[in-house]
Design a protein around this ligand. Structure first.
Ligand code: PGA
Length: 246
């Protein structure tokens, strides 16, 4: 049986006082049956680490450089994330693919850089509304995942995958549990075929997960938890979603 995982993605939100409140509420909400983590802006990693130290809640970053070190102004390496105690790094979030033109290959290289430093990449895949309406959902997510599988080769089973339909992110539109499950089953079959470990790998759903829809989504056989954006910023909502995962 796979243990559920719930990851908050704060995106570019937060402030020191707000983070302190949110993180202590999250700490106070323990115990959770699921594994819980928050992916915060880089500058907040050390205070997040300080607040969560000694708890079983993990933290991570929202991006990572594909490069190990060097003249890459503005980038943050996986070794730095490891030093900051990061368990996870999001890679290939649709906002980065769209706003920063991240290619499948770059996303794959970032995933590899993270793993090389012991940071688990949470690889985000997902189709746009136009792609879904053209019947391309499967082809798109398989292509995105395939690039990472090929790059990671024998380590591919160590990644976490997050299916996030672009049309459901921040829009209030959620994939129905059936729509999400269908894509998760495709991804799991692809992971199984490529790594032989598909049955033990974690596949998260993300896109307008809220306290009132989390339990139904998480009850689907191939949905192992969630990647939570907007609702991870409100302690009571995020805690409710974490509790819905068991
Ligand atoms: P949302 O974002 O929950 O606000 O839709 C999810 C994400 O982008 O990871």
């Amino acid at each position: 049986m796979r243990r559920k995982l719930v990851v908050g993605n704060w995106k570019m939100h937060g402030s020191r006082p707000a983070n302190a409140d949110l993180l202590s509420a999250l700490r106070g909400g323990r115990p959770y049956t699921a594994t819980v983590a928050v992916c915060v802006p880089f500058v907040y990693l050390s205070e997040t680490a300080a607040t969560l130290a000694g708890s079983d809640i993990h933290w991570g970053a929202q991006d990572v450089s594909a490069h190990a070190q060097g003249a890459y102004t503005g980038e943050v390496s996986a070794a730095m994330l490891a030093e900051a105690g990061c368990r996870y790094a999001l890679v290939g979030h649709s906002e980065r693919r769209a706003l920063h033109a991240e290619s499948d290959m770059l996303v794959a290289q970032k995933a590899q850089a993270a793993l090389a430093c012991g940071v688990t990449p949470i690889v985000c895949v997902g189709e746009t509304l136009a792609e879904r309406e053209s019947g391309l959902t499967e082809a798109v997510v398989k292509r995105q995942l395939s690039a990472v599988i090929h790059q990671l080769t024998h380590c591919a089973a160590e990644m976490v995958v997050a299916y996030e339909p672009v049309w459901a992110i921040g829009t209030g539109l959620t994939a129905t549990p059936e729509q999400a499950q269908a894509v998760h089953a495709v991804l799991r079959a692809q992971l199984q075929a490529a790594t032989g470990h598909g049955q033990t790998m974690t596949i998260l759903y993300g896109g307008s997960v809220k306290p009132d829809n989390a339990a139904t989504l998480f009850a689907q056989p191939d949905i192992d938890g969630g990647l939570i954006g907007g609702a991870s910023l409100k302690a009571s909502d995020f805690i409710a979603i974490c509790r819905a995962a068991h």
